[in-house]
Write a protein that binds this ligand. Structure first.
Ligand code: HEC
Ligand code: HEC
Ligand code: HEC
Ligand code: HEC
Length: 436
């Protein structure tokens, strides 16, 4: 109540134009790349951090504690690697719109589906050198008697159009003079200035006008936040990627308005952080859309199937390899599809691939109604398609007969989904056959 009153009085003082002194404390919550990850996959405990549901809970809680906090992101919300990423991107934007970011920088990956794609949710995008309607060149945020001016710089050299041989596009300017001008004006008006970019520090220092920047947010590091660095008057922040954590910066401004002192904390968002209840309808809608698209694709694939599959399914192996089959049956591989069902992700094509046999391959897993015999991680995920082997009673080799064991695992036990994978520790837990 008291805080609200103070906030109201501050607002009153500001709106009546009483001179504002630069000094004071500011709380800034910042995030870096989300990279298309609406939620963590949950494949491992270590990697099970972040996601928009937990981010909303964390930020709601922080806002209750610091009603005047500033919430900004350096952008990089979207990915465009799998066909599913577009739908996920749409929902990332919708979800984040409910988290009420004060400003979001634009990175090239955010423009993968066109300039319009990112606009429709009332998100406060900022790009100081990319011209298109609906994206501001800077954003001034006034809160709790403090003013934050947010800028963002899109590296013109990384324009995908250049890579595609289309030369330097006209929509992005490499000229920093205007940015320098705006930064200067913002500082003169009493704002703390913050500039976000996907450039690494060395390049940012070479290319950007940093004299009038108080906080520079550089290229996201992989997953983990970097230590903040103070270089003269400049505070450099490096967020982590994949939306796993948040940065919490508390700073003290001197009477000159510059940063006099700061505290920095990284907030992890593990499973123990509850999902934000207010976003559950959004999440339900997202999952329903994912399922809908999955079923359309499954129907297409059913229609396209010719009838002969190169896969045989694990049951066909049991007759001749009973020992191997018994061992496999007791490993987590056998139940890998059930785990997806447990977390309501059995219709997400970004998950099904590593938890079934031959998903999206001719004759492979389609869905539980059509191909229940290919659910889970089975013999043929590692040994390769084996129908011919079965038909020939073992005289024809399995498809991956010449693969190294490590190569088999590497199809799925990748850093992102199995960060603690180590062949020598994992293989003994599923060991079978004659070898080792
Ligand atoms: C690139 C392959 C791959 C993809 C894609 C993948 N997973 Fe996994 N998943 C794994 C592997 C490997 C493990 C086992 C990790 C370990 O124990 O080291 C696993 C384990 C799991 C587990 C079991 C965790 C436990 O505690 O027992 C769940 C649940 C799961 N994944 C869900 C998902 C979901 C949901 C998605 C999609 C968002 C997904 N997976 C996508 C490879 C994958
Ligand atoms: C009708 C019996 C039979 C069935 C069914 C069968 N196998 Fe075999 N399998 C054999 C024989 C025989 C060998 C050769 C054993 C040897 O040379 O020591 C063999 C060898 C293998 C080997 C060793 C590498 C190789 O290719 O020589 C693997 C791996 C294998 N089978 C996997 C499978 C899988 C997976 C299935 C089920 C999809 C399966 N087998 C079904 C009889 C069978
Ligand atoms: C997670 C991967 C994986 C799964 C799943 C798997 N295997 Fe294997 N299997 C291996 C590896 C690795 C070896 C050892 C091969 C080597 O050392 O060259 C092996 C060995 C074998 C061998 C003996 C080959 C030999 O010469 O020693 C047979 C037979 C076999 N597996 C059959 C099966 C059957 C049947 C299933 C399903 C019930 C199955 N495997 C499931 C990875 C797997
Ligand atoms: C087709 C994808 C795939 C391949 C190939 C694969 N795995 Fe897995 N593995 C998984 C998934 C998915 C899980 C999680 C299963 C679950 O918990 O439900 C898993 C779990 C495991 C586990 C249990 C981990 C735990 O935390 O309990 C071990 C051990 C393991 N895999 C070893 C291996 C080894 C060794 C290889 C290679 C020889 C291999 N896997 C190949 C997908 C795969």
């Amino acid at each position: 109540m008291k805080q609200q009153l103070i906030a109201w009085l501050m607002g009153f003082v500001l709106s009546t134009g009483v001179a504002w002194a630069g000094a004071g404390e500011m709380t800034i919550i910042y995030s870096g790349n989300t990279d298309g990850e609406l939620e963590p996959c949950g494949c491992s405990e270590e990697g099970n951090l972040g996601g928009i549901l937990r981010r909303a809970t964390t930020i709601d809680k922080l806002r209750r504690r610091h009603p005047d906090l500033f919430l900004v992101s350096s952008g990089g919300l979207l990915a465009s690697i799998s066909p599913q990423d577009r739908l996920t991107g749409e929902y990332i934007l919708k979800g984040l719109a409910q988290v009420s970011y004060d400003a979001l920088g634009v990175q090239w990956q955010d423009l993968a589906y066109g300039d319009e794609f990112i606009l429709h949710d009332g998100l406060h995008w900022v790009s100081s050198n990319h011209r298109h309607a609906g994206v501001a060149k800077e954003r001034l945020i006034r809160r709790g008697g403090q003013l934050l001016a947010f800028f963002s710089w899109l590296d013109p050299d990384k324009d995908p159009a250049i890579a595609m041989g289309e030369g330097r596009p006209v929509s992005v300017s490499g000229d920093t003079a205007e940015l320098a001008q705006s930064l200067k004006a913002a500082q003169a008006s009493g704002a703390l200035t913050m500039l976000a970019t996907s450039l690494p520090l060395a390049q940012a220092r070479e290319q950007l006008p940093l004299e009038q920047v108080d906080i520079l947010v550089i290229e996201s590091a992989y997953e983990e936040y970097g230590e903040p660095q103070k270089i003269g008057n400049l505070l450099v922040l490096q967020p982590g990627s994949r939306g796993m954590r948040l940065g919490h910066l508390t700073l003290e401004r001197g009477t000159d308005g510059r940063i006099a002192a700061f505290r920095h904390e990284v907030i992890k968002m593990p499973k123990s952080v509850e999902d934000a209840e207010r976003l559950l309808p959004w999440y339900k809608e997202y999952n329903a859309k994912v399922k809908e698209t999955y079923l359309v694709r499954a129907a297409q694939r059913r229609a396209a199937e010719s009838g002969d599959s190169p896969y045989a399914g694990e049951e066909a192996c049991a007759t001749c390899h009973a020992d191997e089959h018994d061992i496999w049956w007791d490993t987590p591989h056998a139940g890998a599809y059930d785990k997806l069902e447990d977390v309501n992700k059995a219709y997400d094509p970004n998950c099904v691939g590593c938890h079934t046999v031959g998903y999206d391959q001719p004759g492979g897993f389609i869905d539980m109604d059509t191909t229940p015999q290919f659910a889970g991680v089975q013999c043929e995920n590692c040994h390769g398609a084996a129908r011919e082997h079965v038909k020939s009673a073992g005289s024809r080799p399995v498809a991956n007969a010449h693969w190294e064991p490590q190569q088999m695992c590497a199809q799925c036990h990748v850093q992102k989904h199995s960060p603690t994978f180590n062949f020598d520790r994992y293989w003994p837990r599923i060991r079978h056959g004659l070898a080792k």
